[in-house]
Design a protein around this ligand. Sequence first.
Ligand code: GLA
Length: 673
Amino acid sequence: MNIKTNIKNAPIHFPLLLLLSTFSIIFFPALITHSDENNTYYLDDLNLSIVKQGWGEHPKKNLSCVGNPIKINGTTYQRGVGTHANATFYILLDGSASKFEAILGIDDETEGNGSAFIRFYGDNKLLHTSQTLTGNKPPEKVSINLEGISNFIISIIDAYDGISFDHVDLADAVFTMAHGKPELTTRPKEKPYILTPSPAPSPRINSPRVIAVRPGSPFLFRIPCTGERPIQFHLEGLPEGLTVNSEGIITGTIKNRTPDTYPIQITATNNHGKDQNTLKIVVSETLALTPPMGWNHWYIHYDKITADIIKQSADLMITSGMADVGYQYVNIDDCWANAKEHHDPMRVGPERNENGDILPNKHFPNMKDLTDYIHSKGLRAGIYSSPGPQTCAGFTGSYQHEEQDAKKFAEWGFDFLKYDWCSYSKILSPKKIENLKKPYQQMGDILKKLDRDIVFNLCQYGMGAVWKWGKEVGGNSWRTAGDLGYELLQYHDVARRNASHWEYTGPGAWNDPDYLLIGYIVDPTTMGEPKPCPLTPSEQYSYMSLWCLMASPLFFSGDMTRLDEFTLNILCNPEVIEINQDPMGIQGHPIIINKEQNYEIWIKPLSDRSTAIGIFNLDEIEQNIAVQWNEIGLSENQKVRDLWRQTDLGTHNKSFTTSIPRRGVALLKLTPI
Ligand code: GLA
């Protein structure tokens, strides 16, 4: 492909050329050099397949993002790039460009919908912010001076209102270069950086500090505590029926069956010191009083999961230190039952036995043995099913065997059920709200009657505004959107949408934006080899901060066998997790969106009268960002603590300013004095 439109290569018009050159030579001698040396390169001629965007594969050459001719406000353009928010173009210029020109707008195909803006950066400086482009609005023509710029970035931003209909066109987008040519490149690499200090050798008792059990149900809880082992645990106030072992695992059944709260004083001691804290055991019908935390196999093992991998993951949850900061559930996702057809013959077999009991496939030879193993470590076990006849991956579902399956899961010893809509659309149309509720209400009622506590996770991708009724049908958490794996790069937008339902959360009822896809994961779009998370280190800090501020269930879904130091530092900061596990259970949400500087401030009020705030720099460059207390509803002097670094930053009476790396976060705890 010839990506160069050089004056020399243009069709020759002799009389005009003669006239022009004579004119130039006589009157503007410099023009000759200029014309000779300045080449134009169209953005649409660059390797657009490098660019990832929020919807659709890649930006399109000379077409809108859905493949129509580019048309903005009634005018059709022959050339240009059709893209979709959010997307970022990283372009190497080698300091040899003079300008970039383009006509920016939302494509007419959206029929007036969509809104986005574009920020242009050069060598770590903001060069221009477009107006907010909206459907049916005249385009903005830009001419950006690129003299001396080596790294040029075009960032398409969704105007903070979600990416729907954000069909952004850059029509007639062209570079003028003195020499060389522009080159689209992948986003610059960022070295992992570790903010969190290693846990001290002395004990620290970590969250969760409130844990529920239904009257008469078996109880199991491993006290999350960092510090060098062995640690001696001394508990006061343990209700009759419960005992604690030398590893800090509390088991038994509380004798008293009336709803009550037992504040247990825990003292943890080792050679380096001791810590004391209160754990509240609440006997109530409502489970999951704080967001469930654990590991789920989906995004790393998919249909290759085996009981051995699950056992190994339980081992690693202990040895990695994850359990010491509160991770508790070891959850099997889809593909543990039999399928009618599968490339692995060990996963093919009868759905049920002659009694109608659901059958695990040959990779799960003994479910009871598996949960016993998980429980022996003080951890809890999770399982997966669908209300439909088949799960999403085509394995046996619970349709018409709901009660029998739930009883089986309890008998096997499971403590958590993810119930995934999948093929239920074959049974009832998801278009009606009563149909959406029906299978979940049914399973919710069944679970309540079991003599084992099973936390109930609804997975139906947010249909029918599930956050409004998930709790009413017995759910403890509900996915608010589709699978995050397909839009991981849009994690911030996903979080924003999830947070818009913040008023529906509270103890026992959590909005679930899907798992923590960090460390080594398998991209569901390619199903290739496990690869490190594509987000930059700063973005991973932001991702975890968002999940903690949102009181989201915290399920790591990467490879437990390849937990590097950086990933563990993201997953295991107990002060960050405390924000997530705050017993008041208010979901944080954005309260300031600043377009000029492209940042957001999220707040989450905490039970000790302090406030967690996340300042998210959404820009492609590092920025100083100031937060005024009065803008976020605070007035008094505030003690500021940096939670990622676990460092106090002094007392500030009106505002606080900090420098935040590109796409990074400052996660702070503000305590009024
Ligand atoms: C759906 C769910 C995922 C996962 C798969 C399993 O896509 O949303 O979280 O459970 O099914 O097939």
